[in-house]
Unconditional design. Structure first.
Length: 202
């Protein structure tokens, strides 16, 4: 039984789950506040609100947030951190030469997708395996050039477009050992500087 906000309810019959059309992965070992939990976003371009968080991770364990996302950005266009919150640098993934992902660059965005994402996923009693893939462009906000305090994203030039990089991520959850193995595999046609950005909870 779960006891959330003093309300008792029955725990779901499953722990981990994958949504193959949206690309959302959840790995967990239970439904209690101290249970281990990981979330990965292996999404493709879509309509509506978004952050540049392909292969982004969030992790909680033993009642503590460990790896956190910036969450939704402020809707005030003059908010100094608006663009940073939306960027890959604040969503626990890989940036290239300081540039954030640009998920919708030259992307065809249908209303709905008719085929699932071609990524591998497996869940069992002992372990979970999930695969994330990002093959889109990197451009726009550059954390080294612009810093964190860049408002008005439309004012950021997209004169640099990096489109030769592929970022694959494998997330393995060893449930009984209570550990994750996270592997990033990056290929590119040209030399680049790759930076892993992880936001650790305070």
């Amino acid at each position: 039984m779960l006891n959330l906000l003093n309300l008792s309810c029955k725990a779901p019959a499953f722990n981990s789950v994958y949504f193959p059309y949206g690309g959302y992965v959840v790995q967990r070992d239970g439904w209690q506040p101290e249970s281990l939990y990981a979330f990965m976003k292996n999404s493709r371009p879509g309509s509506g609100h978004k952050n540049e968080e392909g292969n982004g991770l969030q992790i909680s364990a033993f009642g503590q947030d460990l790896l956190v996302s910036s969450g939704g950005e402020a809707y005030d266009p003059d908010q100094p951190l608006k663009t940073f919150w939306r960027s890959t640098a604040s969503n626990n993934s890989i940036i290239v030469d300081g540039y954030s992902q640009n998920l919708r660059y030259k992307a065809e965005v249908p209303v709905t997708y008719k085929e699932p994402i071609k990524a591998r996923y497996l869940t069992g009693n002992d372990f979970d395996f999930a695969e994330g893939m990002f093959t889109g462009a990197y451009s726009g906000l550059n954390i080294y050039k612009h810093g964190k305090n860049t408002a008005k994203p439309d004012l950021i030039n997209h004169d640099v477009i990096i489109s030769d990089v592929t970022h694959n991520l494998e997330l393995i959850f060893l449930r009984k050992l209570k550990i994750w193995i996270i592997t990033d595999m990056i290929t590119s046609e040209k030399p680049h500087e790759f930076t892993q950005t992880w936001l650790l909870a305070p």
